[in-house]
Structure formats: C-alpha cells, structure tokens
Write a protein that binds this ligand. Structure first.
Ligand SMILES: *Cc1c(COP(=O)(O)O)cnc(C)c1O
Length: 389
C-alpha cells in the first residue's frame, strides 16, 4: 500500500500562505539597555554563507575569537569561548559548571540581574545566600568581607554592570578577599565588556560572562564565557555531572580545545559576527573604547542636566554604558518611551523591577556610543517632554 497525503488530515488555516510579505525591518536607533545597533561591518560579516563547524577554516576562526576575547577581557584564561545563545545562556553556563548541589553561593543583589543569578543558582541546587543593597547602590569591600565571613560560600557572584540600575560595582580587592576565604569570584560583565574598564586577571576573577549585543556592537546570539584554572579545578573535581548538557564545559572544552570533538552545531554566522566585532574592538584598542564610552556618557549627563533631568546613580560609580534617568514628577514614563519610538524611531528603556516607572534607561554601547547619538536622544527627549508638559 502506498502512502498518500490523506485528504482527511485535520486542516489548519493556510489562507495566509501566499500573502506573507518579504521581511521588512524598521530602522531604529537602539539607545536602550540592549540590543544596541550592530556595527554595519559586523552585519556584513555575518551575512555570508555558513561553512562547516569542523572545517579547518572555521576551526582557525574559533582560535581567533578566543584570542580576541581574552584581549577584550584582559585575561589569559585558556577556557575562554563564546557560548551559543544570549547573555543568559553564558550566565547559566557559569553557574551550571561551577555549582555543585549543596554549594553555598553568595549573590550580591542590588538590581534585577542579581535576582536572576539567585534564581539560576537555586535551579542548580545551590544553597543561595544574598547580600543586598538598594537598587542603584553598590557593595563596599567591608560589606563583602562581612558577608563572606558569615556565609563562607564556595562562590561569590556579583554584577559588574547592573543594567537595571546603571551602577558599576567596583571590583578592586574583591578577588583577593575571595582567595582569602577560598571561594570563587563570578562576575556578570554583560553591560561592561567593551565599554567599561575590565581587568579579569588583575582582579582575580574566576568566572565571567557577557553578551554580544550590548558593548560589542554585534547582534544577540553569541555570548562570551570564561573560567580560570581555579574554576576548572573545581569542575574537574565534581562528584556529579554538570546538570545542563548544552552548556557543559567538560564536553565543550573538547570542541574548543585539542580534540575538536563535535558537541553541538556552532552558530557559524554568529561566530563570524562576534569575530568581526571583537576584531574591531582590538583595532580600536580596549582603552580607547573605554575612553570613548566615558566621554560620550559625560556628554549625555551634561545634556540631561541642561534639560533639568537627574541621574539616578552618583557619578563615582555610574556606568558609562547605561544611564538611569529619573522620570520627573507628573510625567508618565511609558508615554515618553512610546512617543520616542513612534515619532523619533528611537528606543530607550523603561525602568525594570523596583525602578519601573521611576527611571528611563539610556544605553550608549559599542557602535552606538557616539556624540551624534547623544544629540539625537537629547533633542528627541526634549521635544517629547515639551509636548507632554
Ligand atoms: C542583558 C543582561 C543579561 C542577560 O542577557 P541576555 O542577552 O538578555 O540573555 C544579564 N545580565 C545583565 C547585567 C544584562 O544587562
């Protein structure tokens, strides 16, 4: 008997089938918490035919990405690679590989992403402890020491650049503290990599992750991950398998390292993209990129002050990549972001979590960190506020 397409199969509505138009994407200036606009050179790089993920040319490209990534982070960590997926995948990779059930993980919670770390660590069955600060503030060395003394964790996790608040956690001395208390230091550099000074090795950071779509001028989908020899030693001593097959570094290391053993199909075009993004960062020089982000942000801060607007975070630890601006009395925050998008093709972020309705979030990251973008967001904001007042 031959199989035929049964006319009695239940039918789904397919009347739309020939009327779906080809893809069209509006042109936006993305000055929110991410994604940011990608550098056109990066978009061009990913717009190539894929090659095989075991092709010698691809393997060479992987090596280049690793070298460039070590430079961006200022680390010599061998185990430095991009994880397939967005920043949260790389975030999960750090915890999945570092946490064994029952480990005490101490998380600094002073914003939305601290809570995400807590949630993830719990899912890997860590015993999670937190140290807390109001949203927009940071942790002092004394406070961290007291918490390490009290909880004696295996891992301390901190967010370097809290995108929900715009605060930069100082990290000088934190790694030494962690060595003293024999724990690993894990940091979130999603909104700092490329835009804010980072010295992973000097700071004695053991695990870090980032993303492609914020400071690296690249679309989302390939996310930097790194772990130190100390963190690898903990991985090698595990009694239990890493509870996440996709993100298991003990397997991924055989693809990124000597063996070149297939694990999962690499998102080949995303690797083209992040390679180009990291190449451009290296060409500019990280110090120059950090400087550019700082001076662009200062131009924004001055302009906001001229508009009578106030920043939420004190200048000492204010991020250059993401500025939280207080919403003035009598203005509905979301009405402003809506008009900016509709009337100016410009995206800025609304407040998240505790700061919902209280701040706007303006991102000046990577390719977007340029004075003309500051002029554009300031004039659009002035125009919209004038209409609403
Ligand atoms: C954006 C962000 C993440 C999550 O990254 P995704 O790419 O959205 O998955 C994690 N941490 C911080 C601080 C972020 O800003």
């Amino acid at each position: 008997m031959t199989t035929t397409l049964s006319p009695s199969l239940p039918k789904v509505d397919n009347t739309f089938r020939k009327s779906v138009p080809p893809l069209e994407v509006p042109e936006r200036l993305l000055l929110g918490p991410g994604p940011s606009n990608a550098n056109p050179a990066v978009v061009a790089a990913m717009n190539r035919q894929p090659i095989g993920h075991l092709d010698p040319a691809y393997l060479h490209l992987m090596d280049e990405v690793q070298t460039l990534l070590r430079y961006a982070w200022q680390t010599a960590n061998q185990m430095t690679l991009p994880i397939s997926g967005t920043g949260s995948a790389a975030m999960e990779a750090t915890l999945a590989n570092a946490v064994e059930p029952g480990d005490v993980v101490l998380v600094g919670v002073n914003g939305y992403f601290g809570h995400r770390l807590v949630d993830m660590a719990e899912r890997y069955r860590a015993e999670v402890k937190t140290i807390n600060q109001p949203w927009g503030e940071v942790f002092s060395l004394q406070a961290l020491r007291a918490a390490l003394e009290e909880h004696r964790p295996q891992i301390l996790a901190l967010v370097h650049a809290e995108t929900s608040t715009g605060a930069r956690q100082p990290l000088e001395g934190v790694g030494d503290l962690c060595r003293e208390y024999d724990c690993l230091l894990l940091i979130d550099t999603v909104t700092s990599l490329g835009g804010v000074p980072i010295f992973l090795d000097e700071w004695k950071v053991d695990l870090a992750y980032s993303c492609s779509q914020k400071g690296l001028s690249c679309p989302p989908g390939s996310s930097p991950f790194t772990m130190s020899e100390r963190a690898l030693a903990k991985l090698d001593k595990r009694q239990t398998k890493v509870a996440n097959w996709y993100l298991d570094i003990s397997m991924l290391r055989n693809y990124w390292g000597q063996g070149r053993v297939y694990h999962h199909t690499a998102p080949v075009n995303m690797t083209y993209a992040i390679r180009e993004a990291l190449r451009l960062l290296a060409e500019e020089g990280v110090e120059n990129s950090w400087q550019r982000h700082q001076s662009t942000a200062e131009k924004l801060w001055d302009g906001l002050q001229d508009l009578g607007l106030e920043c939420h975070v004190p200048k000492d630890y204010r991020l250059p990549t993401l500025t939280t601006v207080r919403v003035p009395e009598g203005i509905e925050a979301k009405a402003v972001t809506k008009r900016l998008l509709e009337e100016h093709n410009l995206e800025i972020g609304n407040g998240l979590g505790e700061l919902g309705g209280k701040v706007w979030r303006i991102g000046l990251m990577g390719y977007n960190s340029r004075p003309e973008n500051v002029d554009q967001v300031l004039s659009a904001l002035a125009a919209v506020l004038a209409k609403l007042r």
